[in-house]
Every structure is written in C-alpha cells, then in structure tokens.
Design a binder for this molecule. Structure first.
Ligand code: NAP
Ligand code: SF4
Length: 673
C-alpha cells in the first residue's frame, strides 16, 4: 500500500490516461536557446524516466513579437518541428508524456516589437508595447493556433496555453492593462473574448484527441485584477471552448507579493484553486510551493485539486515520482525554493540548473558514471561542498572517508536554516543525512583531521569552509559585539536595539532573524497572507488588500560601506522580497558609512571621504556580518608537506561563498576523479 494513493492514481482524460496526478510544470531553462536539441531531449527524457505523469515544456513563443526576449525559442518553422521532434521521440521512448507550452509575453516581452491590448508599459520591461489593431489581434490568434498544430506535428501529446502570470492573454482580461473600447475591451465578455477565442481556435487546429491545458490566473495580486466571479466565468468559458485541463496561475510577474520564494509557506495558495473545484467538470491542477509527495498528497486529500503541478522540484530531483512510488520519499532531493540556480539564472539569461542538483540541465556533460578504478578518497569537511563531493565520489564507486570536526554535518547550512523563511534548509540537511546513511561513505564526526591522517589516500579533498571575517573596527570593549555565527547558532542573544555591520546576504538574513517573530510567518500561513496583504479574491479584486506586517521584534539598523542602496547584490528574483520585508519592519538600511568605532552606546559612523555627519547608531548589541575568510590551515600544511590536495567550497574562495557554488564544485570534482 502506497503512502500516496491519490497522487499515484491515474487520471483518465478520455483519449489518454495519465499514469499519476503529478505534472511537471513549465520552466524556462534557456536550454532550447543553446540550439543543442540533444541536450534538451535528455533533460526531459531523464524526467520521463523518473515517472512524472505529464510534463510541460518551457514557454515557446508563437511568433517573434510574442517571445519573452528577442531570439526566444519557439515553433515557427518546419526546422523547428524537427528539433522539437527530437525531444518528443526521446520522451516517448522513455515512457513519458509531454505537452508544449505556448507563451505569448505581450507587454512583458523584453523586445521593442512587443504588443499588447493597450500601449501601457509594464513595470518589468523597458519597452512600451504597440497597441494591436483588429488585424493584429487576429494575427496573434492565428499564430497561436498554428503553433499548436505544429506542436502536434512535432509529436507532443498536448499543449498548454499560458493565460496567467500577467502575460498576453491575461493582459486582455483586466482593466489594469486593457483600456480598449472595441469588442476586445470594456465589458468582461469583451475582455475575455481573446483567451476564449484562442482556446476555441487551438482546439479546432489540434483535434479532439490532444491535451489542451489552459493556465488561468486565479489570483492576480495586482490592483484592478480579476474578481472571483470573472475567474469562474472564464474557467467555464474556456472549458466550453475546448480545454481539457485547467492549471492554476498565481500572481502576475509584476505583483509585489512573493508567490514561489522559499519564504512563501508550503502550499500557500492551494486554497485559491480549491474555490474552483466543482465549478467545472474538467480536471483542475494546483501549484506553487508544493515540494514533497506528503504535501502533494495532502493537497489532493483536502480536495484542493485533481492534480498537482510542481516545476522546480523536478530540477532538484528528476526521479521524484519514481522514488515516492517505491516508498523511498526520503531520498528525494528537496527543492528548497531558493531560486538561486534556476530562476535567478533564467532571468539573467544564463542556463538554468539547481542548487541541490548541479546535473539539472547538464545531463549530457555532467555525469556520475562508475569510476574505471576505485580510489581511496579523503574528504575533510561535511559542509555542502564536502558532502556533495563525498556522495558523488561514493556513487561512482570510490571508497570515501568523510572527516568532520563538528558533531553534526551541514556546516554553514546549519546557520541558514535558523533564518526565518529559510526553514527548507532543514530538509536539505536531512536529505544529506539520508543519502550518507544509504551510502558507503565512512563518516567520521567529531574528527578533526590532521595532515598525518591523510596518509594512504589516493586523493585528498579539502572542504574546511570559512570563518567569519573580523573587520578590525576600533572598539572601547564595552559593547556586546557578536558574530552572525554565534547569533544564528544560539550561542549569543541580541538585545532590543541592534546594529548590523555588513549588508550582504548574511547581513540581510541576520536582520530578518532579529525583527521576525519565531516561528516565522512562513510556518504560520494565515499570518503570512496578512503580512503581504493577500485576501480572498472573492472579497477583493485580484486578492489584494493592505499588508499588515507584524510588529518588529527589535529595532535594527543595517549598514554597509558601499555608497549604494543595501541589498543590490542579493538574488535577482528574491532580493526585492528581503528588502521589502525589512522595510515593512522599519529596519533602517544605510549605505556609504565609515565605521568610526564601537562604543558602549552603539556604533559611531560617519559619511564620505571627509568623514562628515558623524552619527551614533544606538545599539545594545552589534552583530558583525562582514563576510568570511577561507579556513585553509590543513590545506596549507598538506601542500607544504608535498601532498596534492583539491580545495573546494569556501576553503577555496570565501568571497561569494554559497551553497550553489560549493555543491556544484564538489560534484564536478568528484565526477573527474
Ligand atoms: P558578503 O555578501 O560578501 O557581504 C559582506 C558584507 O560585509 C558586505 O556588506 C560588505 O560590504 C561588508 N564588509 C566586507 N568586508 C568588510 C570590512 N572589512 N569591514 C566592514 N564591512 C565589510 O558576505 P555574506 O553576507 O557573509 O554572505 C556570504 C555569501 O553567502 C554571499 O556571497 C551569498 O552568496 C551567500 N548568501 C546569500 C544570501 C542571499 O542572497 N539571500 C543569504 C545568505 C548568504 P561593504 O564592503 O560595502 O561594507
Ligand atoms: Fe529549487 Fe533552488 Fe534548485 Fe531552484 S535552485 S530548483 S529553487 S533548490
């Protein structure tokens, strides 16, 4: 008997039966843009082998003007059909089903050719769109229908029409972006004419025996968004026009409410999809922050949807479903929703991958094949770099001894999971523990490795991490000055007024730790919704109301020397959330400071080369978050003794230290040994 009876139940769509209720949601990986379709095919085939019921590709442009950026992949020509056929053939050979998403970006397109219902520039693209005339609208509909027909010719099992997230079709639906006075604007019947017509024409183009998913924005999270009545009206109209499945979209891209970041509670929005259940006869899919089979099963058991869509979890572990079905859920590499290697890459034009699984989107070039000759490998340090290297080397058949001086594994990950809204890091440490227990790695906790212990190994990997940097600021010795590590690990407690020195990723994390209540709102979904001003779309248009942040737990000042706004170097897709959170809690963020000295009453700072405008930042506690230095004592001793070592992670480069680089570097090294 499986623990996930609903999740693993087949879903009969009439002409085809999906093997389970799990869909891999659409993600733009930038793989198609490499032009290496073998690589694209292998990405999807690996996920098909992992047992997912249905996959949806990244968004494909129906025409040039609809592409997310100039040169975005699409399905325009006969040559494109052949490329896509490589993917569908490989997926079908692996026993999978795959639908292609058709994504018309409208005014979100990063291109001077972009088009929209009205000429209103979006806040997330510098290009004002061209307002379409009647013929222009007809061209867009025809191009989308033609793309759908080409998708069928390329062997796809279906298509998803992207109607949410504020893209083209969504832009027609709301008065926020549609100011037209012709038959495509004005009344709701007119505003929904385009999406409904698109579905009708697509269905006519592909025939009845083809999956047609419509992704519908169920809560826009923007001013003047759709009302719930409009959402239901559209759902019914889209069903009548020929959709076979409705998928859920949550929030427009321009919404100032987080919808998928790690600080968003798990399944935070499934209650929205649930409101649509019973209103239509076709299956309904829910999504957003569902990252384990337990959560997915609970969503279905609660009647929130007929099927669950997960996207990033399939980057973290392509074999999610197969492992769940085999009773091995603890072995599923967890998506921690960090966005660091996926969306942050996608939105900076880089190839997508995954922090916990660097093989994602690198299936053809980063492989952990059995080693020709098993070696004895010592790994020193069980932080993310050492753990990744040890497990990857073990998987290849090497004999690995992993030394860790602490009594527990995880290194800096143990600090990260103490930060409010970063609780998912607990799952990552738990996964490393499970995988170590299942491996042959000889883990030696509480073992401080010395140079002499390295004798007899064929390879020595040093992953000894970092120590907090002492910025050497003058102090009269009377203030409580602590490091971020002592604070987050619970060794020290901060007073009611805190000055944080250093506003990098950890300075921001520390500030959040200091102002948030514990447990954090991420673990209290109802309170989290209130903090961000998310309401029932049935009571307020777009589901948006006034945010009601909780009272800050402390008064915090966050400082840096760089004369710019603190937080500019944070993650591309998540930095704004950290900045907004601290703003809402009244944290003063100051750039361009010179630290004069630390006094009993706080931190004395000044500004500019003349060290003007001296000011005392009153504080009971000063927390130092000024970066790290590599811990290389053992590495240096070994090198001096003539031993060849591989230095990885923070021990290699302390600046820009992060788990993404550490895990990637450890895995790639082990793949070469
Ligand atoms: P960091 O990003 O390098 O920031 C260090 C901070 O200390 C900067 O604000 C720097 O700014 C200041 N600083 C450096 N040397 C100083 C000195 N001698 N005196 C005074 N101030 C000094 O390091 P981190 O915050 O420790 O983060 C480490 C890494 O962890 C990051 O690179 C990041 O990849 C990762 N991380 C990311 C996140 C996230 O994105 N949310 C969260 C946590 C950790 P000034 O030089 O301008 O003063
Ligand atoms: Fe999930 Fe982070 Fe991997 Fe993206 S990079 S798939 S958010 S774990």
């Amino acid at each position: 008997m499986t623990a996930y009876p609903r999740l693993l139940a087949p879903l009969d769509l009439g002409h085809v039966t999906l093997p389970n209720r799990v869909m891999m949601g659409s993600m733009h990986t930038n793989l198609e843009e490499t032009g290496d379709w073998n690589r694209v095919a292998e990405f999807y085939a690996e996920r098909a082998r992992g047992g997912v019921g249905l996959m949806v590709t990244g968004g494909m442009a129906p025409n040039r003007e609809g592409g997310v950026f100039a040169g975005a992949a699409g399905l325009f020509t006969a040559a494109d059909i052949a490329n896509h056929q490589t993917v569908t053939d490989r997926v079908h050979a692996a026993g999978g089903l795959i639908a292609m998403q058709i994504l018309h970006a409208g005014r979100y397109a990063y291109s001077p050719e972009c088009v929209a219902p009205s000429a209103i520039k979006s806040p997330i693209s510098p290009f004002p769109p061209h307002e379409l005339d009647e013929a222009g609208i007809e061209k867009q509909i025809a191009d989308i229908a033609t793309s759908a027909a080409r998708a069928r010719a390329a062997g796809y099992d279906g298509i998803e029409v992207m109607g949410s997230e504020g893209y083209f079709l969504n832009q027609f639906l709301v008065t926020h972006t549609n100011k037209r006075t012709d038959r495509w604007g004005g009344s709701y019947d007119n505003r929904m004419r385009l999406p409904v017509e698109v579905v009708r024409r697509v269905r006519a183009a592909v025939g009845d025996d083809f999956i047609l998913i419509y992704r519908l924005s169920m809560i826009d999270l923007i001013p003047d968004g759709s009302s719930w009545d409009e959402v239901v009206t559209l759902a019914k109209a889209v069903e009548a026009a020929g959709a076979s499945i409705l998928n859920t979209g949550i929030g427009w891209h321009e919404a100032r409410v987080p919808t998928i970041a790690t600080s968003v509670p798990r399944r935070a929005f499934t209650w929205v999809t649930q409101k649509l259940m019973g209103q239509v006869a076709i299956p309904v899919i829910t999504s957003n922050r569902i990252n384990s089979p337990e959560v997915a099963e609970a969503v279905l058991a609660d009647g929130c949807a007929d099927m669950v869509s997960m996207a990033r979890p399939f980057l973290a572990d392509p074999h999610f479903v197969r492992k769940a079905a085999a009773g091995r859920a603890a072995e599923i590499a967890p998506c921690i929703a960090c966005n660091q290697a996926c969306l942050d890459h996608t939105f900076s034009g880089r190839l997508t991958s995954c922090l916990v699984n660097p093989m994602a989107c690198h299936e053809t070039e980063l492989r952990l094949d059995p080693a020709r000759e098993p070696k004895r490998i010592a790994v020193v340090g069980a932080g993310p770099a050492g753990l990744a290297a040890a497990l990857a080397a073990d998987r290849r058949g090497h004999h690995v001894v992993l030394f860790e001086q602490d009594e527990r594994i995880g290194g800096q990950l143990n600090l990260a999971c103490e930060v409010p809204g970063k609780e998912e890091f607990h799952g990552l440490i738990g996964w490393f523990q499970t995988m170590l227990a299942l491996s042959k790695v000889d883990l030696r906790l509480g073992a401080e490795a010395r140079a002499a212990d390295m004798a007899g190994f064929d390879e020595v990997i040093i992953a000894t991490g970092v120590r907090p940097r002492d910025p050497g600021i003058e102090s009269d010795g009377r203030a409580q000055v602590i490091s971020y590590a002592d604070l987050l690990s619970g060794l020290e407690e901060a007073g009611p007024r805190v000055a944080v020195i250093g506003a990098g990723g950890i300075g921001f994390d520390v500030a959040e730790y200091l102002v948030e209540a514990h447990p954090s709102p991420t673990l209290r979904p109802a309170d989290w919704l209130k903090e961000w001003g998310i309401a029932d779309p049935a009571t307020t248009r777009g589901g948006l109301t006034s945010p009601a942040p909780e009272k800050p737990a402390r008064t915090v000042t966050l400082m840096q020397r760089k004369p710019e706004k603190p937080g500019r170097g944070l993650g591309k897709t998540t930095g704004w959330i950290h900045r907004a959170t601290l703003q809402a809690k009244g944290v003063e963020m100051i750039g361009g400071v010179t630290y004069e000295r630390i006094e009993a009453a706080g931190v004395r700072i000044s500004f500019g080369p003349e060290r003007e405008n001296q000011r005392l930042i009153s504080a009971d506690t000063v927390v130092v978050c000024t970066g790290q230095e590599s811990e290389r004592g053992l590495a240096d001793a070994l090198v001096e003794a003539g031993v060849k070592v591989h230095v990885i992670g923070g021990a290699d480069i302390a600046t820009e230290l992060d788990a993404k680089r550490a895990i990637d570097q450890g895995t790639r090294l082990a793949a070469r040994l």
